[in-house]
Design a protein around this ligand. Structure first.
Ligand code: ATP
Ligand code: MG
Length: 585
């Protein structure tokens, strides 16, 4: 393709609203253009990338025996009432919903469990039809609270979603493992560095789930990893062995102590320099929302540890937990914020504790009275230890589960999420089959998502430099860029045209920067910006049939014959086409 035929505009400056590099670089190069918050035009260059990602996704799903279909984006409320999810999704505010001319309610699908379960249920009769995995590549709609970072968190975005149906729990696990292998192949073939991590299933529900994270410092997700044991989990879910509590002090009676203005552990450490922070127990108040009610829950936690709201919400089986505001704290403790404690909480406040409080004796805690704390408090002696579970956030240096190897906290971008759903949807929506013994059973389901558009953004977050994007070859808009230094120079015109034709003839995606009246400097700048990975510069030595081989990711620049340049392109492409089977575990 000749560049002069394309709509091609590059901007010198980042758009003001771009918070991450992938967004800024794509917006500057016409890859994407914002229409409204979280809603974009995918420009022609980006569309080529998205189609390449889709192609890899299709090949790997088809190879594993999955069938592609296409479901509607518009879904009737009734289906969501059947699964019981309408209220939750409406309350979360995530669902775009509307009424048709007859007043019937519809939503724009944020996900498709309801539609697929109905589709399968109407055709499923016997165990002999199972197992079964269906998938689609389609636009999803979610009214995200904070649409941002360009393609990373859109309100309209492209997802591949797959759903498996099995006759037994063991079958479901097998289908899940098969999809895990598919995902590993997909992201390996896309040329990305990634980590599969244990995850919290969130609103989708079900038991086991894992996320595929593209390793990137700018990722929204924090991940706990242990190099020694291979443990990897989203911090929302991660657990480990926390440092033990300090030794118990000699027994002294519990007493109140004035602590004017000391609202935080830091303030208290200044006031009581001899008291280890791990013997200060904080009590954090949360406003908790369930489907049918709301309440206040106080959670105790060791001073040197932090709480994890996802674990807390799961334990309480709540829709949402949020820090109590000042008014609620005053109403629940009778004190200003900063002085909450387990003794003398208002009626109706439920008290629970993170496991970090276990074994802590002679501790300090809030007095439920402004400017007051209790000292030398013992569970068992002064108050019963509240119901205790793991509500804690792992920290770097904690030991991995099992007690071997330390955890590190790294960052990643979630590009895929796989779930074992069990029978949550098949029970609710009566998707059943007759088993070998003639009994009617609900199908065992799994669901599997890949954020196709987010993959493109993640690829750039992981692969860019000061000068611009660096596309991994398998998903680059074009594989090769021919930069012609001077259009109109006869030798250069001929050689560039010859290379262009030869490569296109071999089916290579090649872009030829044939722009007249654009300086070599400006062409190189644009080339760096759009990040086509393989580059051939046709310049001064064109009459000797010599070109410069100048890959985007520097290092191996060389002057070579035109034939050698074509051979190098062939070799690079052969290497990635051989990729699908040799993947990392
Ligand atoms: P997140 O926690 O990032 O909101 P999620 O858990 O809601 O993601 P899923 O419902 O599992 O995501 O969706 C499957 C995949 O779709 C995700 O792994 C992600 O790659 C992608 N995805 C989800 N929400 C968005 C969005 N708003 N914009 C772009 N891609 C998204
Ligand atoms: Mg989400």
């Amino acid at each position: 393709m000749r560049l002069t035929r394309l709509l091609f505009v590059t901007l010198r400056d980042d758009p003001a609203d771009a918070e991450v590099r992938s967004h800024a670089l794509m917006a500057r190069t016409g890859f994407l253009q914002k229409v409204a918050a979280g809603i974009y035009v995918y420009g022609p260059m980006l569309w080529r990338t998205l189609r390449k990602i889709e192609q890899i996704v299709r090949e790997e799903h088809d190879r594993a025996g999955c069938q592609e279909l296409l479901m509607p984006a518009l879904q009737p409320r009734e289906l969501w009432e059947e699964s019981g999810r309408w209220d939750r999704y409406v309350n979360d505010g995530i669902l775009f919903h509307l009424q048709d001319r007859k007043g019937a309610e519809l939503c724009l699908g944020p996900t498709h469990e309801e539609v697929i379960t109905t589709f399968v249920k109407r055709q499923l009769q016997s165990y002999k039809q199972l197992p079964l995995t269906l998938y689609q590549i389609q636009t999803k709609f979610r009214d995200e609270i904070r649409p941002r970072f360009g393609l990373m968190r859109g309100r309209e975005f492209i997802m591949k979603d797959a759903y498996s149906f099995d006759a037994t729990p063991a079958g479901m696990k097998e289908s899940y493992q098969a999809m895990r292998a598919v995902y590993t192949r997909v992201f390996t073939r896309c040329g990305l560095r990634f980590t599969a991590v244990e995850a919290d299933p969130g609103a989708i529900g079900g038991s086991g789930s894992e996320e595929f994270m593209v390793d990137a410092d700018t990722g929204e997700d924090a991940i706990a990893v242990c190099r020694e044991t291979g443990y990897a989990a989203n911090v929302e879910k991660a657990t480990g062995v926390i440092p033990p509590p300090p030794a118990a002090p000699p027994q002294r009676p519990m007493h109140k102590e004035p602590t004017p203005g000391a609202r935080s552990c830091e303030d208290l450490q200044r006031m009581f320099p001899d008291l280890p922070i791990a013997r200060m127990l904080k009590t954090v108040l949360y406003r908790v929302l369930w489907r049918d009610r709301e309440g206040v829950v106080a959670v105790m936690c060791r001073g040197d540890r932090a709480l994890n709201e996802v674990k807390l919400a799961n334990f309480l089986d709540a829709l949402k937990v949020e820090l109590a505001d000042e008014k609620l704290v005053r109403a629940s403790t009778g004190a200003e914020p900063g002085f909450a404690g387990p003794i003398g909480l208002g009626a109706g406040v439920r008290l629970v504790a993170d496991r970090s409080v276990e074994g802590v004796h002679g501790f300090l805690c809030g007095g439920n009275e402004t400017d007051t704390h209790y000292l030398d408090v013992w569970f068992g002696r002064d108050l019963p230890q509240p119901e205790t579970a793991d509500f804690g956030q792992v920290q770097a240096g904690d030991l991995a589960p099992g007690g071997q190897g330390a955890l590190e906290i790294t960052r990643g971008i979630e590009v895929g999420h796989i779930f074992q759903l069990g029978t949550k949807y098949s029970e609710a929506m009566e998707c059943r089959f007759v088993d070998e013994q003639g009994r009617t059973q609900p199908a065992w389901m799994g669901c599997y998502g890949i954020g196709i558009s987010r993959v493109a953004a993640a690829a750039i977050e992981q692969n860019h430099d000061e000068a611009g994007m660096i596309w991994p070859l398998p998903i680059a808009p074009y594989s090769v860029l021919i930069v012609q230094m001077k259009a109109g120079d006869a030798a250069q015109d001929d050689l560039a045209a010859e290379l262009h034709e030869a490569l296109e003839g071999e089916g290579v995606d090649v872009l030829w920067d044939d722009r007249p009246k654009v300086s070599p400097g400006a062409k190189f700048k644009d080339a760096d910006l759009i990040g086509i990975p393989l580059r051939i510069v046709v310049g001064r030595d064109a009459s000797q049939r010599q070109v410069e081989w100048k890959p985007r990711r520097g290092g191996s620049t060389a002057i070579v014959d035109a034939e050698e340049a074509v051979a190098r392109v062939r070799a690079a492409l052969a290497e990635i086409s051989g990729r699908p089977l040799e993947v990392r575990a």
